[in-house]
Design a protein around this ligand. Sequence first.
Ligand SMILES: NC(=O)c1ccc[n+]([C@@H]2O[C@H](COP(=O)([O-])OP(=O)(O)OC[C@H]3O[C@@H](n4cnc5c(N)ncnc54)[C@H](O)[C@@H]3O)[C@@H](O)[C@H]2O)c1
Length: 258
Amino acid sequence: MYGLTGKTAIVTGAAHGIGKAIATRLLKEGCAVGIFDFDPVAAEATVEALKATTGGTVALAIGDVSKGDEVGAGVAALKATLGAPIDILVNNAGICRLGKVLETTESEWRAHFAVNADGIFHTTRAVAPEMVERRAGAIVNIASWMSKQGAEAYGAYCASKAAAMSITQTLALELAETGVRVNAVAPGLIVETKMRDESELLRRQQGLPTAQDRAKSIPLRRAGVPEDIAKAVLFLASDEAAYITGETINITGGMYND
Ligand SMILES: NC(=O)c1ccc[n+]([C@@H]2O[C@H](COP(=O)([O-])OP(=O)(O)OC[C@H]3O[C@@H](n4cnc5c(N)ncnc54)[C@H](O)[C@@H]3O)[C@@H](O)[C@H]2O)c1
């Protein structure tokens, strides 16, 4: 459907949630997929499940996106296993922990930037040079509607996700003449992910409205699911989006539309 058959992709943070849904859809479209995640137990289980459900080619490298050396080694290992240059890079790995700016420790602040912003920097530097050489490729970053607007009690997350959108815009301009496109998606309230489950637990403890409560005020009247994000990522990764670069597309059911 998206013309991705035979392409090779790397998806970071695909052991769980949105990344797993993106990997699943890419495999179903006929891509070979390399997964890079720092949770070995969940990642191995996901790889086995994906092989069983899609029959596709899946490779796994374990490592932390916030560490340049681990990303470099992981990308090299995935390329060797998949035996092909990378056509599509999906920078999905991310963390989100509740915390008002004045109550956020320096290490929490740095942890958000290390994963949500530096992670994109490291994987892109490991994968994009070959795309530039081949004058082909698509990068899709998973940002957030909180890249575009502050949100109370999400200080470090909002700031680090704003950085993810900014990297997308600059890189798109820098690589445009080579034909490599760089875009992002900005998910809204997405359930059925590990991050959402963890965040909901904390929100309940703090008496904050739950996802179920908040979903009622979403214009499309439901929370999003990982597959909603995967569909948009596939579009942006494909030639159907050949004239789109530097965008951060909202996928929020109408909750956020600026
Ligand atoms: N769930 C939502 O409502 C929502 C909303 C907006 C944006 N997002 C973004 O979508 C992306 C996926 O989120 P999700 O909800 O599926 O979360 P999730 O926790 O279910 O999945 C995140 C994945 O990233 C991996 N990961 C985390 N830190 C890593 C690191 N340092 N190195 C390598 N892998 C790492 C985890 O092991 C996990 O597999 C994130 O970037 C998140 O910020 C999620």
